[in-house]
Design a protein around this ligand. Structure first.
Ligand code: ATP
Length: 343
């Protein structure tokens, strides 16, 4: 177990600034997720931590030691890529044993370590097979087992679940989290999938254009977004963002409810909601429309749980409400959180 830290790290590829001054410090044994849209610099940041990419500026520290100029193999890290990169001509046993061989570990301990790692991922019975004889989920477990045999201090994972179908992905997520808790190895995990990030991360660093916009627990980044990017990136659908004079303000679709359902308290903000369109999703109803002309960017969406059976029809206008505590305010220029104003 070790902490991972990056200080003022920058990576430029010619004119492209892939990572634009990132500071991060993990806790020991933490599961930290790097989340952000395609091209925001997640993979480049992970590769600099691994030592596969040289930073243009800044430093990487593992276990408090500066490792910026050290090669990957002495950093005490193991990395699993999206592609798994298994050797097709080798059996599962040989694939898992490969890092031990590369390390020059005596053959006598291969069997012990491979058995240990394979049992951790429930693949003991597959050791004689070749990768082509495995399902996507099994291949993924082989890749993780191979990364584990070296007993790394830090685990670096780049979208390791993205080749799995949705159902398998859910069970693989559960397994991965369980496994990480059991072994307690500090883990940095890259994904653009917010469900994965929220489900797996002790903390999530939300990235955009080479920068970390916010780092916090899944609850913090969802309920208290630091800026309009984070607010508009998380959630399906994401936070409604409207403008009033010098402020942007927002509220989550699930906090926007018919007045009678919201309880009609005096700590609510009321809106006249002209409904234009609806979608029934089974567990929820998504209701699209516009709120009063006193706001710019008037288009909003409400997400009503199926047990809220209030009749709602497109073409009609209803009074909806949001608890004031669920309204989030942002500076219109910078997009950063700001003090509330009366609406
Ligand atoms: P994705 O989710 O699509 O993998 P990402 O957030 O991991 O994206 P990176 O792969 O880190 O993003 O890329 C960040 C930026 O740097 C992108 O604009 C990309 O085109 C650019 N980039 C990455 N690697 C190189 C390279 N070797 N040469 C030039 N530009 C690169």
């Amino acid at each position: 177990m070790a902490t991972v830290e990056v200080r003022g790290i920058v990576k430029r590829f010619g004119d492209v600034t892939a990572v634009d001054g990132v500071d991060l410090l993990t806790k020991e044994g933490e599961f930290l997720v790097l989340l952000g849209p395609s091209g925001c610099g997640k993979t480049t940041l992970l590769r600099m931590i691994a030592g596969l990419e040289e930073p243009t500026e800044g430093d990487v520290l593992i276990g408090g030691q500066v490792v910026t100029d050290l090669p990957p193999r002495v950093r005490g890290i193991a990395m699993v890529f999206q592609s798994y990169a298994l050797y097709p001509h080798m059996t599962v046993f040989k694939n898992i044993a490969f890092p031990l061989k590369a390390q020059g570990a005596p053959k006598a301990i291969w069997k012990e370590k491979v058995t240990w790692a394979a049992s951790m991922f429930g693949i003991e019975t597959l050791l004689h097979r070749k990768p082509r004889e495995l399902s996507g989920g099994e291949r993924q477990r082989v890749a993780l087992a191979r990364a584990m045999v070296r007993e790394p201090n830090v685990f670096l994972l780049d979208e390791p679940l993205s080749n799995l179908d949705a159902k398998l992905r859910a069970s693989a997520r559960e397994e991965l989290q369980q496994f990480q808790r059991d072994i307690g190895t500090t883990t940095i995990y890259v994904t653009h999938d917010q469900v994965e990030a929220m489900g797996l991360g002790d903390r999530v660093a939300v990235m955009d254009e080479g920068r970390v916009r916010q780092i916090g627990t899944p609850r913090e980044i969802y309920h208290e977004p630091a800026d309009t990017f984070v607010a508009g990136f998380l959630g399906t659908p994401p936070m409604n963002l409207l403008e009033k004079e010098n402020r942007t303000f927002g509220f989550r679709p699930e906090t926007f409810l018919p007045l009678e359902v919201s309880g009609g308290h005096n700590d609510v903000e009321q809106f006249q909601f002209e409904v234009t369109w609806m979608e029934h999703l089974g567990s929820d109803r998504l209701i699209y429309g516009n709120v009063g002309a006193r706001f710019t960017h008037r288009h909003v969406v409400a997400k009503l749980p199926a047990n809220v059976t209030v009749p709602i029809e497109p073409g009609e206008t209803y009074t909806f409400a949001v608890l004031r505590k669920d309204l989030k305010f942002f500076d219109r220029e910078t997009g950063l959180r700001a003090n509330p104003i009366p609406l």
